[in-house]
Design a protein around this ligand. Structure first.
Ligand SMILES: Nc1ncnc2c1ncn2[C@@H]1O[C@H](COP(=O)(O)OP(=O)(O)OP(=O)(O)O)[C@@H](O)[C@H]1O
Ligand SMILES: [Mg+2]
Length: 538
């Protein structure tokens, strides 16, 4: 049976009938967006059990009428073939964002999902999108997609498309990936053939909308992955233009590992009565599976340090490494220099042709190259499960970018190490970086702490005073509205006075690195850190 012909609504449901948006009057569309019947075990779970589940996993949720979380794949109520797929992967349970995100998304609610890098956000939105599609009438000739997923970079769009393909195939849901730098012909052909899901970068999508190659009249499910990055890249006008063309009453979901205040305004404009799920600290925070090491040094020392570091990393049995630098030019310069020293490196940045970008990334994924030098084009969302090391040759523009960059390692349940070169030019970020390190129980380089004292080491708006959603009553999602607030709502940071920077760790001693990280990561590479540290700081 073709899934597209399936007008039966397996989950029954609520129909949206909103008619006005952005000042534009629309005829009242009717479409199903609530497909969720709670598993009895989920309905019967006590408040205490839910509270302890939240506490254990650092989950906090705010909003109205929040559905209960699910604890097992069976409780998801997904069709058996999807549940079996999880089992074949030997996955034990839904990740925290999936546990709470799936019931929210399947209930037709707007959602903000903030969870650590590598914590399974992609499936948090792809699977509910597939179920949403299954409950809509089939696409007719010339119909555009039912679900639109926006992503900031071409590589991320392609990666999300590969997940949508994998799970879509199980459900007869087709997808098209629309992104710049690649020939338009095949993308247009796929659109004409009909695709229930369109994954797109904003630029090429706008081109296609302007040319009438695609329309969003059937689109009732909108997802913005890495929404904050899209804003950062200046895509706000494009996003507005795209959203204006989407059915009012649509379901809108936004996901990221970071949620700076700039994006909250857009979210409050485009989401209706959202439920916000936050995993871990309510402030900016990194994945705790990553050991973070910051080296304070001068610009001139960086290249030699990199060479020494690569030498040591190459001795590790698993050593796939991504090196982030600030500019495209520097990417090429460092890349050439590394090659001269005999390191076979791949280089990826925005001035490379898309064909080359795809080739380089594929070589890296398949381990034909094990070192990739990249600009921030590779900092968001990319899921290469065996990256063990991230090196920030240059510190990024913001600590959000830092969190995403280092998050290329430590995917799912794996562990990784991030080395960061930090110079006096970066001092403005030192305070927020110390917060991120402290929150993740990392040992902190005293030289970095010293930097926080240089004229404050960072502006107050992005420094210690940054309260995220938890501390201030004025937040639009917490404390200031009538919705419920569940969960552990960890603030994450100690005040400056009661923070023990460095703890028992002594950056100038050889002996105590092996067991020093309080997050339990042990990494044989720490031997090297000692010598390196002594050189760097001595
Ligand atoms: N329930 C699960 N159990 C184990 N692994 C999972 C589970 N769900 C997803 N994964 C795997 O976890 C990896 C990371 O997932 P994903 O790329 O969605 O992370 P993310 O949260 O979007 O990270 P980022 O913030 O970097 O974009 C993927 O390889 C995915 O297949
Ligand atoms: Mg992602």
């Amino acid at each position: 049976m073709s899934y597209y012909g399936n007008t039966a609504k397996p989950y029954g449901g609520f129909y949206s009938d909103q008619g006005m948006q952005n000042g534009v009057s629309h005829s009242k569309p009717k479409f199903a967006k609530h497909f969720y019947t709670e598993h009895t075990a989920v309905s019967h779970r006590s408040r205490e059990d839910i509270a302890s589940f939240f506490e254990l996993n650092g989950i906090s949720v705010t909003g109205n009428n929040i559905p209960n979380p699910i604890l097992t794949f069976e409780e998801s109520t997904y069709p058996a073939h999807i549940v079996n797929y999880f089992k074949k992967q030997s996955w034990k349970a839904p990740t925290s964002i999936q546990s709470q995100g799936w019931p929210v998304a399947l209930s037709g609610r707007d959602l903000i999902g903030i969870a650590q890098t590598g914590s399974g956000k992609t499936l948090s939105f792809v699977l509910p999108a597939i179920i949403h599609i299954g409950a809509q009438p089939p696409l007719a000739y010339n119909d555009g997609p039912i679900c639109l997923i926006l992503a900031p970079t071409r590589e991320l769009a392609q990666q999300v498309a590969s997940v949508a393909l994998e799970f879509g195939q199980l459900n007869n849901v087709r997808n098209v990936c629309v992104y710049g730098g690649a020939p338009r012909g095949p993308q247009i052909r796929d659109l004409r053939r009909g695709a229930e899901i369109c994954i797109a970068t904003p630029g090429r999508l706008i081109d296609f909308l302007d040319q009438g190659q695609i329309n969003l009249k059937r689109c009732t499910h909108l997802i913005l992955d890495e929404a904050d990055r899209m804003l950062d890249m200046g895509f706000e006008p494009q996003i507005r233009k795209i959203i204006q063309q989407i059915t009012p009453g649509r379901q809108t979901l936004m996901f990221s590992a970071t949620w700076p205040k700039e994006i909250r305004r857009l979210a409050s404009e485009f989401l209706q009565d959202p439920i916000r799920i936050n995993i871990g600290s309510l402030n900016i925070h990194a994945n705790h599976n990553i050991t973070q090491i910051v080296d304070v040094l001068t610009e001139y020392e960086k290249e030699n340090k990199l060479l020494t570091l690569l030498e040591e990393i190459s001795k590790e049995p698993e050593n796939k490494t991504i090196i982030f630098v600030e500019t495209k030019k520097k990417c090429d310069t460092i890349g050439r220099s590394m090659r001269r020293y005999g390191w076979p490196v791949g280089i990826i940045h925005g001035d490379k042709s898309q064909q080359e970008r795809d080739w380089v990334l594929n070589e890296f994924r398949s381990s034909k190259t094990t070192i990739l030098i990249a600009t921030d084009v590779a900092s968001r969302g990319l899921d290469v499960d065996d990256i063990r090391f991230v090196i920030n040759f240059d510190f990024p523009k913001s600590c959000e970018d830092y969190v995403h960059r280092i998050g290329r390692t430590g995917r799912a349940n794996s562990k990784g190490t991030a080395y960061t070169f930090f110079t006096s030019n970066n001092f403005k970020q030192s305070r927020e970086l110390v917060e991120v390190l402290t929150e993740a129980n990392q040992q902190i380089n005293p030289k970095l702490i010293e930097m926080t004292n240089i004229r404050g080491g960072g502006s107050t708006s992005r420094g210690f005073s940054r309260g995220g959603f938890s501390q201030r009553g004025g937040s639009r999602f917490r404390g200031s509205h009538h919705g419920n607030t569940y969960g552990s709502a960890k603030s994450g940071f100690q005040s400056k006075s009661d923070t023990h920077y460095g703890g028992a760790y002594n950056y100038n001693q050889h002996d105590n690195l092996h067991s020093s990280n309080t997050n339990g990561n042990s990494n044989s590479h720490t031997t090297y850190q000692n010598g390196y540290r002594n050189n760097a700081l001595g």
